[in-house]
Ligand binder design. Structure first.
Ligand code: MG
Length: 277
């Protein structure tokens, strides 16, 4: 087979258990992939410090994607050449797909009097305020606050005003994602575009001339994984204990796990890799 296999994975509810954030059921598979030189690339809504911590715990040395596709981080010298249009930042080559947070903060502050008292953004909250609101530890709340490419807000107004606000933000060029607790104000980036760009860099830097294409395997449990799952060569929907599988348009090369979270992650990768032998 002359394809470079790349694994792109969501973290929360996929590689990490939805309730306890553990990865134990996936650990054997992580080792097996490492020994076969198959990169595991985290592709998450999390911030840089949050992903750096998980990466260290999982002993990953691969590139990763932060904040729902807002930027790709590649360790310096991971590829022979620095990819075009990337910046050097703390030992990483960084490709941004979205305007930075200041742009979105300005947009929010310009949104008009009607809305200014109807929300509170992460930037205005103290670490302990955010910890209280989310149930995160103060330490984890501090990491969650370090978003570089968008601003989550806690909506305090009613539903009607919220819908007006979303329309207004949309007109101003923002993308508003409704998460479980917060509205996320950011640009039109997604996990699929970032994945596609990074897969191209792998192919471009491949030293084995027999390898002429990539085979991307994407794994995710949530709605924010849809773009990545639609774009990949193989889509793996990992079963969630709290919601159904999100609807995909594609029907080809789609796996749905029986098990939840990291156990489902390992189960499907085992099925896919076994079928290749
Ligand atoms: Mg998830």
């Amino acid at each position: 087979m002359n394809k470079k296999i790349l694994i792109f994975t969501d973290l929360d509810g996929t590689l990490l258990d939805h309730y306890n954030y553990q990865t134990a059921p996936a650990e054997k598979m992580i080792e097996r992939l490492a020994s076969n030189d198959i990169p595991i690339i985290p592709n998450s809504s999390k911030t840089l410090p949050e992903i750096l911590l998980i990466r260290e715990q999982l002993k990953l040395t691969t590139p990763f994607i932060i904040e729902n596709g807002a930027a790709v981080y590649i360790p310096v010298n991971y590829f022979q050449q620095q990819p075009e249009d990337t910046n050097l930042e703390n030992g990483f080559w960084v490709k941004a797909f979205c305007k930075d947070k200041d742009h979105w903060l300005k947009l929010l502050s310009d949104s008009g009097e009607l809305f200014t008292n109807a929300f509170q953004g992460f930037t205005e909250m103290s670490d302990s305020q955010l910890a209280e609101l989310t149930g995160l530890s103060i330490e984890n709340a501090a990491m969650a606050k370090q978003r570089q490419y968008g601003e989550p807000i806690n909506w305090l107004g009613d539903e009607t005003l919220k819908n007006e606000f979303i329309k207004k933000m949309d007109l101003l060029g923002a993308q508003v994602l409704q998460g479980g607790r917060f509205l996320h104000i950011s640009g039109a980036c997604d996990k699929g575009k970032a994945q596609s760009w990074l897969a191209e860099q792998y192919l471009h830097n491949e030293s084995n001339p027999d390898i002429t294409e990539t085979e991307t395997i994407a794994l995710g449990d949530g709605k924010n994984d849809i773009a990545m799952l639609e774009q990949a060569s193989i889509a793996v929907q990992v079963r969630s204990p709290v919601h159904d599988f999100p609807q995909l348009n594609r029907t080809n090369n789609v796996y749905q796990s029986e098990e939840y979270g990291p156990a489902g992650w390992a189960e499907c990768l085992d099925d896919i890799l076994s079928a290749k032998r």
